[in-house]
Design a protein around this ligand. Structure first.
Ligand SMILES: CC(C)(COP(=O)(O)OP(=O)(O)OC[C@H]1O[C@@H](n2cnc3c(N)ncnc32)[C@H](O)[C@@H]1OP(=O)(O)O)[C@@H](O)C(=O)NCCC(=O)NCCS
Length: 192
């Protein structure tokens, strides 16, 4: 991805206080994007349940342009937390595509998968999803096709002291920024 195409946005993990934001993002996706992400035309209640499940059970990264959430990377860990095979998915708002956002979300998801000792990341998309194919082939993924589905299996690198430290430092920095933003919002809302 050439640098001049990139947006100078902010990437951070989404946590419980972001539940409404994430729900609104998914519910706002157009029909075609929903079909690409969920491989079917899904109703609002399905989408809302999915967003709630992510906040409760997954590692979720959001990409922001200003205050607007425009991209999400999902990492679903195995139920038994044994490592091994994890699942990932990505969605970027149509107006923000082809600027490297999914690629940046993928790097964060891959690092989190490594730090949780996952060995393989599986991403399932529709077989004609050329963007996902490109992202997967950039990572030398093993591709398999069944009917209209494409599964990409990506080998996750082993964690390193640096990968663990980078995720921990990003988490601390995100928490401090959130606290500062909350304090700023409270000051603005306070009567003069
Ligand atoms: C798939 C998706 C997440 C990609 O997001 P994105 O931010 O546009 O992706 P990037 O800008 O990081 O592009 C990654 C690569 O794919 C290529 N690419 C992006 N869109 C493409 C398209 N429509 N056709 C061909 N290649 C495409 C880019 O050129 C880039 O290649 P490069 O690394 O060689 O420069 C986005 O299209 C999307 O949200 N689609 C709907 C949901 C979905 O399909 N999710 C996948 C199933 S989990």
């Amino acid at each position: 991805m050439s640098e001049h195409h990139r947006f100078a946005g902010r990437l951070r993990k989404l946590q419980k206080p972001d539940a409404d934001l994430l729900r609104t993002f998914y519910l706002g996706l157009d029909a075609e994007t929903r079909r690409s992400r969920f491989h079917a035309a899904v109703a609002d209640d399905f989408v809302a349940r999915h967003a709630a499940m992510l906040i409760a059970d997954a590692v979720v990264y959001g990409f922001f342009l200003g205050d607007a959430l425009v991209g999400v990377g999902e990492l679903m860990l195995p139920q038994d937390r044994s490592g091994g095979l994890a699942e990932a998915a990505f969605v970027v708002a149509p107006q923000a595509r082809r600027r490297g956002i999914a690629t940046r979300l993928m790097s964060a998801v891959l690092r989190s998968a490594a730090n949780r000792r996952c060995r393989t990341l599986s991403i399932v998309s529709l077989r004609d999803n050329w963007a996902m194919r490109k992202i997967a082939s950039n990572l030398s993924a093993r591709l398999s096709i069944a009917f209209d589905a494409l599964e990409a299996e990506i080998a996750v690198p082993a964690p390193t002291a640096l990968s663990v430290l980078r995720e921990a430092m990003a988490d601390v920095s995100d928490t401090l920024v959130s606290l500062a933003e909350d304090a700023g919002n409270r000051r603005q809302a306070a009567p003069a």
